[in-house]
Design a protein around this ligand. Structure first.
Ligand SMILES: [Mn+2]
Length: 330
């Protein structure tokens, strides 16, 4: 097998006894699957792992093996590091920039060495040693190759987590980022005992009633522009409150406007608890939404990108984003 993981990352992982794993805030399937999968792999070598998350795993992903082992307690994290006698390495997974490490980012960035494994285009470098590859479908794919280079035997729990990571970030192997390598890795994972129908059931038939009510409200906000080639949907904090839904419940909503036959780009405007707005863009065909996201200080991939803004009027921002998207359409 061709070696793809930077050698110093392999060396540090082999040399460390204890690990702190972290990912981006509001973790999605790739973030959680990569973190929990790598945790299983490292534990398979007899290493100790602290699975750090800012918040407990959302009910959307509470089927992931090992998710109850995740901890949100910073004091416990410091104790873990203190008792590791310095032989601790930290690994950030699927996080495109330091700000997305969440409200404890300052403490997390102090951990050293900090290894960074990520596939976001426009990745904003941080940490001490990095393996960044935007040609990868998912961080899960990278975790798989890391496991192979470490000589790991994948447990069924590790394989399941990595499969969920890859499957969610490729939209069930629908998106452009699905490469021959992605499918070969998925095939290996199925050989390790992952059952694709079980993953599909857990990921897609696992929603709460709150989420369905929220979806009703969000889809009602649909706005169409440019002969239905551009579609926006919006979620407000009030909608979350009215439905009793949580942040993770909006995952996947953008696929509905994106799936419209005429749509080239879908945009999803989400009011966040910190008073800002996060914007997700999804494109079909040739449009590059990473370029548009970059105009607003964000990043991502050609077909999937995003950015955030604060202290700006939502309607004005929609207009600015719309203008930028119209240019991309041309
Ligand atoms: Mn990802």
């Amino acid at each position: 097998m061709m070696k793809v993981v930077p050698e110093e990352i392999i060396k540090i992982i082999q040399g460390a006894d204890s690990f702190v794993l972290m990912t981006h805030l509001h973790p999605d399937g790739d973030a959680l699957g990569s973190l929990l999968g790598l945790a299983e792999i490292l534990e398979g070598f007899g290493k100790k792992v602290f699975r750090y998350l800012e918040e407990p795993v959302s009910p959307l992903y509470d089927f992931l093996p090992g998710c109850t082992l995740a901890k949100t307690d910073l004091v416990a994290l410091h104790n873990f590091v203190a008792t590791a006698n310095g032989k601790v390495a930290s690994i950030s997974l699927d996080c495109g920039d330091r700000d997305r490490l969440g409200r404890e980012k300052r403490n997390l960035l102090k951990l050293n060495p900090l290894l960074v494994i990520d596939h976001h285009r426009g990745h904003q470098e941080f940490g001490d040693f990095r393996w960044i590859d935007s040609a990868r479908s998912s961080t899960g794919e990278m975790v798989y190759e890391l496991a192979m280079e470490l000589g790991a035997e994948l447990s069924s729990a590790a394989a399941f987590n990595i499969y969920v990571a890859i499957s969610t970030d490729t939209g069930s192997f629908h998106y452009e980022n699905t490469s021959p390598r992605t499918l070969r890795i998925a095939a290996d994972l199925v050989e390790c005992g992952v059952r694709p129908e079980e993953v599909a059931e857990q990921v897609y038939d696992n929603f709460t009633l709150q989420r369905l009510h929220l979806m009703e409200q969000v889809l009602a906000t649909l706005e169409l522009f440019e002969c239905n080639q551009l579609a926006f949907i919006t979620v407000t904090r009030k909608m979350f409150e009215e439905c009793g839904a949580e942040v993770g419940d909006v995952e996947g909503f953008i696929n509905y406007p994106r799936a419209l036959r005429s749509v080239k780009v879908a945009g999803f405007f989400k009011e966040t608890q910190d008073g800002g707005v996060s914007v997700s863009l999804r494109a079909k065909g040739g449009c590059d939404v990473a370029e548009v996201a970059a105009l607003f200080g964000g990043g991502g991939h050609r077909n999937a990108a995003g950015f955030r803004f604060f202290n700006k009027d939502l309607q004005q921002m929609k207009k600015l984003v719309l203008d930028a998207l119209v240019k991309v359409l041309e």
